[in-house]
Design a protein around this ligand. Structure first.
Ligand SMILES: OC[C@H]1O[C@H](O[C@H]2O[C@H](CO)[C@@H](O)[C@H](O)[C@H]2O)[C@H](O)[C@@H](O)[C@@H]1O
Length: 567
């Protein structure tokens, strides 16, 4: 597949850069030496930026520079192993296992609609995995934060699992949905408190709680987390405390480099948002990979521009995908900052509606009115810029010249990206769209004929590029948002399609779990019971959002006694 327009890639690199810490910069040098010393097989650059210092940085740097080296910068395997052992705590040693106090093996009222005993037993096993994934920051991180890339979060949290040893932003939404099904309200609230702490410290929720993630955010779902928790617990104090942080986060996504104005064919201006990282260097957690990918780009500002696109793509949560590439076979054509993404704007519409709702219940009518108006404007903007009535989908919109120009752009039909991505259906998740029954019916028909609906769930795209956010991978967030939107709509047929998506997803998670003994980060939607692959790191297990979604789906849809779980 190719995209609909072929704008020349903007080669200027503009926009702010948030400097990283001296420790991160040093650990990148250690990563480079580790790659040349240990070699590529099984090499994971993230391991090295997760190391914590045992003593002062300058003392450690001196020891590092004294290591004997060959011409290519490598040391002996023994020397490097010894250096790492002597000067660092192991990756993950500073994030310690912590039992969640609100965990009980079988919570009262757990998944009342799950009647099948086999499925119930499995759901309880998945529920028990919260104990394995629950962490707190070690005391040493609070005492000497400069020794760690782990950030000193105040409360306990749930990690995705395996190499992802820290809390992640958008993963936390599905973790929280699962925790609510598990009746672990305190653990759910603690995660939100941590994310609010990040807003207070940095002005926005970071991609993850590491010093190397401070230059970008991730899909903004904090307001959705807060309102789900509030709806379950009725905790007004919790809602009241969260509100100022949510308003601050809204400002982050609606100002500066994130904000784009599009003028439609009726000369009406629409304000929308895009992803845009504050970084133009290799991502520290993938520095060796990024440098290699950029190696064929010679021009310095083009290189910086490419690095910014890579980091901005990590901000989308969809790292990586042909969705962001002008030429699907050339990774250096990543152009995320030149795209107005459908899903980001659907999330922001959700945020505006959530803030209006939370402000209303806490008695703040002026913010409630203000955000209700903002949500109406965004709803209109999404319809004008992204909706494609012929296809029955919302399509990402290509900007004419992204980073170099902040002038309003005139909407052109040819700038809608007609390729099929699961994100083209994400607005279904937001009430103001799923409550429009005739639109939902149209979108359901479009989904059914899109090619995305497969034996084991919804594919991320139709292109098998080898990137992890492409075909044939299916991811928990995507299944959930589309299935839940359909199921909540007023259309009986759409509800059935939503439930069928959930059933397929639960079956594939179950079968893979029975085969491998673990929950996976992503699944292959072509084959029931197979986990996904591709991308820049080996497939991960654990796994926060997959566990959360199985519990949330089982809570919402149940599982009748006589429905088969096998596939
Ligand atoms: O280390 C490479 C990248 O890993 C993360 O992205 C992936 O894992 C996250 C945690 O499950 C998930 O939120 C994201 O959608 C995945 O693509 C990380 O978020 C990236 O920033 C990082 O560069």
């Amino acid at each position: 597949t190719t995209m609909t327009v072929t704008n020349a890639s903007a080669s200027c690199d503009s926009g702010p850069v948030r400097p990283t810490t001296p420790l991160v910069t040093f650990l990148e040098q250690v990563t480079q030496t580790a790659l040349s010393t240990f070699g590529k097989p099984h090499f994971d650059p993230k391991l090295y930026v997760d190391l914590a210092l045992k003593s002062d940085l300058s003392f450690t740097q001196d020891a590092f520079h004294e290591l004997p080296r060959s011409a290519n910068g490598s040391t002996s395997v023994n020397d490097l192993n010894e250096f790492i052992h002597n000067y660092f705590e192991g990756a993950g040693d500073d994030v310690v296992l912590a039992q969640p106090e609100d965990y009980v093996p079988e919570p009262e009222g757990f998944l009342p609609k799950v009647k099948n005993p086999e499925v119930r037993a499995w759901a309880l096993e998945v529920h028990s995995l919260w104990k394995n994934l629950s962490r707190k920051v070690a005391g040493g991180v609070h005492k000497r934060p400069e020794f760690h890339t782990l950030l000193p979060l105040p409360e306990q949290f749930i990690i995705p699992g395996s190499r992802f040893r820290e809390v992640y932003y958008w993963d936390s939404y599905w973790v929280i949905r699962g925790l609510l099904a598990s009746k672990m309200y305190d653990t759910a609230k603690a995660i939100v408190t941590n994310l609010i702490f990040l807003i207070e410290e940095y002005g926005y929720v970071l991609n993850g709680a590491r010093a190397y993630y401070t230059n970008r955010s991730q899909p903004p779902l904090l307001s959705a987390m807060v309102s789900e928790i509030y709806k379950r617990t009725g905790d007004l104090e919790f809602a009241r405390k969260a509100l100022p942080a949510l308003i601050k986060e809204h400002e982050f996504w609606n100002s500066g480099i994130h904000k784009v104005v599009i003028q439609d064919d009726q000369a009406c201006n629409h304000t929308l948002s895009r992803y845009y990282a504050m970084w133009n260097q290799p991502r520290p957690e993938s520095s060796t990979t990024d440098k290699e990918l950029a190696s064929k780009i010679e021009n310095v500002s083009e290189k910086q521009h490419f690095y910014r696109e890579v980091a901005s793509t990590a901000e989308t949560g969809w790292d990586f995908s042909t969705r962001w590439m002008r030429n699907h076979s050339d990774f250096t054509t990543l152009s995320t900052t030149s795209i107005l993404p459908v899903d980001l704007n659907a999330f922001l519409l959700g945020m505006e509606r959530d803030i209006a709702f939370l402000a209303k219940v806490t008695g703040d009518s002026s913010n409630s009115d203000h955000f209700l108006k903002a949500s109406e404007a965004r709803h209109k903007a999404i319809k004008s810029v992204f909706w494609n009535a012929k296809k029955g989908q919302w399509l990402d919109y290509w900007l004419n010249d992204s980073s170099c120009n902040s002038e309003p752009q005139t909407w052109e039909a040819r700038n809608q990206n007609e390729n099929v991505f699961a994100s083209n259906f994400i607005p279904l998740w937001i009430e103001s769209f799923y409550s429009d029954t005739s639109m939902v019916q149209k979108v359901t028909t479009s989904l059914q004929s899109s090619g995305l609906l497969r034996a084991a769930g919804i594919a991320t795209s139709l292109t098998n590029s080898g990137q992890q956010w492409d075909f044939p991978n299916g991811w928990a967030p995507i299944q959930h948002m589309i299935a839940e939107g359909l199921a909540r709509s007023g259309s009986e047929e759409s509800k059935l399609v939503g439930e069928e998506i959930a059933v397929r997803w639960i079956r594939t998670n179950y079968k893979a779990y029975k085969k491998t003994g673990v929950m996976h980060e992503k699944y292959d939607v072509e084959k029931c019971g197979e986990f996904g692959g591709g991308g820049e790191y080996v497939p991960q297990t654990g796994f926060g959002w997959s566990n959360g979604l199985v519990l949330a789906f089982l809570e919402e849809f149940g599982w009748p006694q006589d429905r088969k779980i096998d596939c």
